[in-house]
Design a protein around this ligand. Structure first.
Ligand SMILES: [Zn+2]
Length: 360
């Protein structure tokens, strides 16, 4: 087994080195920015690409898109390290510790990493996805891969990856949140691409997102929003946004570099919105609610402080019954072939995980 792992590692290293030397992508330099991605990564020219603008006037409501089940989202210490991979800041989860199900997903998905997309400064928008044309300050993406698929293979399946996407709005007149502050505090120690440090923060994922109504979301089938742009992502974009004091995230704009020697900071690391190409965007049941007083809340199998204040909802049968005016049909699993090597991983991380995650 160890021999196999070593061989796999060496092959991965060769693939990565090859990709790095020939197909590095970037966000700001026109020679490797989003407009050039299709040249080296053909899948970026696909018809189901991400991000997109969500036009709430043209979404289709679906009563079968109910609450998620969040497992260990309320447990502290599940994040192991924080990394600058040259394209984003990523926080990595202990393997197999955190997962989601329900919420219209077909099966269980394990959380692997969360990362951010941001603009030029706290007054310049940098979210991926826009809502009725509005771009928010920052996007946070929590990336999960489907139970049963090896991490590196998830991108080869049309339903292999589930991303939970949160908009973050920055303001000047809000108190600083200690949990969020602990995310961005270590950034000075990972200013150069490839740098990674153990994550010191002691908070749970729920500490970050509990201010958002997790039953109000949009759903569509799309892609990884960075090369190789594999169309393997079931996207969930939450309607409500997280509000943070701008001072908390300052490190994103000042401490993270693409190339520190050249003084090139990592800024504006978002892909512009892509054409919807006739794809349906579905609105969850809670967004369709006519009674404002009824708030369908998150079902959490764990013991949680939220449990005390928020009642459990019954799980929605899957697949959803087509008895509503519109039907959300989750993707059936198809295997895709010919996946290209991922371009930009850093060699300092575990290779199988790096193969997939560092492209994000
Ligand atoms: Zn992302």
């Amino acid at each position: 087994m160890e021999t196999i792992k070593v061989i796999t590692g060496i092959v991965s290293l060769i693939t990565l080195t090859h990709s790095l030397s020939h197909h590095e992508f970037c966000y700001q330099d026109p020679s490797c920015g989003p407009g050039m991605w299709v040249t080296y990564f053909p899948k970026c020219n696909g018809t189901h690409q991400s991000p997109i603008d969500i036009d709430t006037n043209s979404v289709q409501h679906n009563q079968s898109l109910r609450a998620f089940n969040f497992y260990n989202y309320n447990v502290t210490g599940t994040i192991t390290d924080i990394t600058n991979n040259g394209h984003t800041v990523g926080l990595y989860f202990e393997d197999g510790s955190v997962k989601i199900s329900a919420g219209g997903l077909n099966g269980h998905y394990f959380a692997k990493q969360l990362h951010f997309h941001w603009g030029n400064n706290s007054h310049s928008p940098g979210s991926e996805h826009t809502l009725n044309g509005k771009q928010y300050s920052i996007s946070m993406h929590i990336v999960h891969t489907k139970d049963g698929y090896p991490t590196a293979e998830a991108k080869n399946h049309s339903d292999g990856i589930a991303v939970l996407s949160f908009f973050i709005k920055l303001v000047d007149n809000k108190s600083e949140d200690a949990h969020w502050k602990s995310i961005f505090k270590p950034l000075k120690n990972i200013s150069e691409p490839g740098q990674s440090v153990p994550f010191p923060g002691r908070f749970s994922l729920m500490d970050l997102i509990s201010g958002v109504d997790l039953t109000k979301y949009y759903r569509y089938d799309g892609s990884l929003s960075s090369p190789g742009c594999d169309e393997a992502v079931v996207w969930t974009v939450f309607r409500e946004h997280i509000v943070l004091n701008a001072s908390v995230v300052e490190g994103l704009y000042h401490d993270i570099y693409v190339n520190k020697t050249d003084g090139k900071k990592l800024l504006n690391n978002f892909r512009p919105t892509m054409a919807r190409n006739g794809r349906a965007v579905w609105a969850s049941a809670a967004l369709n609610s006519t009674s404002n007083g009824t708030r369908v809340t998150t079902s959490e199998p764990d013991t949680s402080t939220r449990k005390a204040t928020q009642p459990k909802t019954t799980a929605t049968p899957y697949p959803p019954k087509p008895n509503t005016t519109s039907t959300y049909t989750p993707r059936t699993t198809t295997v895709r072939s010919g996946s290209s090597g991922l371009p930009l991983a850093r060699l300092s991380l575990l290779l199988p995980l790096a193969l997939f995650l560092l492209a994000r």
